[in-house]
Ligand binder design. Structure first.
Ligand code: NAD
Ligand code: UDP
Length: 348
């Protein structure tokens, strides 16, 4: 019988791509999502893309903080592991509404962990973030680099990591993998699923994508005076399909008896500036992206990129795609779905 994986936040950007890779890898996937920042259309499309494996996907519209609903789900089905994506992720919003972030991200996680423990499901893969490296003094960031938080969103990641370490300390039958993602971009090569943020995008590539399709006039470049090759911020962009594959590697790793509570970076190990990313997108799309320059965005680090050695060594996973493929697939998704899942031609 195939392993059954509960995927919280599985209707979202990274979750939907991961669910597809799980299904294609022969897993059963049960998605729990409150659809706060996603559309059920994404789940339907994943089902279609998975072909004959599509029937191994089920969806439940549940908020993680709804303990009775989660209890009921765990009582009705046995899960081999949980991949926990569900959470709010907008840095600026977290500064404005810290309690909303602590409530959703921390309470949601605590309820999930309580219900997992009560049902003897003690294998977890958690979506952490490179944001826990703050403004790194040294790059590449290794899993041993100092961690800190620059805003309430980042603090929820830091706190949840600590909660996981405490749980493992108290009960070594837990197996927990904390994945620190760098900057996920791109979309499935089919152009059928991709990122569809609500409101004004906070992140670089969703914004660039909306400029390319004419939804916004220009990209504002935050900071041109950094000590980088062209003065703009440098990040480690990773294709979302590579990132999704990293989760399959992590789930497989949970079967290793030596695993306790482990952290892995998921990045490419390469740093790319804002202007380099814009140039790659212009090449992939044939569209000119008008730029407006502005001062640095508060809380932004100068250069962040990953050391990928530990994930390569222990998860046997390595990113395959470069920025040209990321931009090609992002444009394929954007041009087919200029208004995301709500695009008139794509609604089904
Ligand atoms: P997303 O918003 O597309 O997906 C998150 C999903 O969780 C959404 O579908 C949302 O509806 C759901 N959700 C939120 N709160 C919930 C709750 N209380 N109960 C049930 N469902 C809930 O975001 P994403 O980009 O796919 O990110 C997934 C995870 O990865 C998040 O935890 C995020 O913090 C983390 N992460 C993302 C990035 C990034 O740049 N995208 C980087 C590092 C870490
Ligand atoms: N950025 C930008 N304009 C935008 C959004 C982002 O210039 O509209 C820059 C930002 O300053 C950073 C890089 O793009 O140097 C990546 O930002 P993003 O928010 O995508 O990721 P994060 O900063 O969280 O790593």
């Amino acid at each position: 019988m195939s392993s059954s994986i509960l995927v919280t936040g599985g209707a979202g950007y990274i979750g939907s791509h991961t669910v597809l890779q799980l299904l294609l890898g022969g897993y059963k996937a049960v998605v729990v999502d409150n659809l706060d920042n996603s559309s059920e259309i994404a789940v339907k499309r994943v089902q279609e893309l998975a072909g004959e494996h599509g029937s191994n996907l089920t969806f439940h519209k549940i908020d993680l903080r709804d303990k009775p609903a989660l209890e009921q789900l765990f009582a009705s089905e046995k899960f081999d592991a949980v991949i926990h994506f569900a959470g709010l992720k907008a840095v600026g919003e977290s500064v404005q509404k810290p309690l909303m972030y602590y409530d959703n991200n921390l309470i949601g996680t605590i309820v999930l962990l309580e219900v997992m423990a009560a049902h003897g499901c003690k294998k977890l893969v958690f979506s952490s973030s490179a944001t826990v490296y703050g403004w790194p003094k040294v790059v590449p960031c290794t899993e041993e680099s100092p961690i800190s938080a620059m805003n309430p969103y980042g603090r929820t990641k830091l706190f949840i990591e600590e909660i996981c370490r405490d749980i493992y300390q108290s009960d070594s039958t837990w197996k927990i993998i904390l994945l620190r993602y760098f900057n996920p971009v791109g979309a499935h090569p089919s152009g059928y699923i991709g990122e569809d943020p609500r409101g004004i995008p906070n992140n670089l590539m969703p914004f660039v994508q909306q400029v390319a399709v004419g939804r916004r006039p220009a990209l504002t470049v935050f900071g041109t005076d950094y000590g980088t090759k062209d003065g703009t911020g440098v990040r480690d962009y990773i294709h979302v399909v590579d990132l999704a594959d990293g989760h399959i590697a992590a789930v497989n790793k949970l079967a290793d008896p030596s695993v306790g509570c482990e952290v892995y970076n998921l990045g490419t190990g390469k740093g790319t500036s804002v202007l380099e990313m814009v140039a790659a997108f212009e090449k992939a799309s044939g569209k000119k992206i008008p730029l407006v320059t502005a001062g640095r965005r508060p809380g932004d680090a100068e250069i962040v990129y990953a050391s990928t050695d530990k994930a390569e060594r222990e998860l046997n996973w390595k990113a395959k795609y470069g920025i040209d493929e990321m931009c090609r697939d992002q444009w394929n998704w954007a041009s087919k779905n200029p208004y995301g899942y709500e695009s008139p031609e794509s609604t089904n």
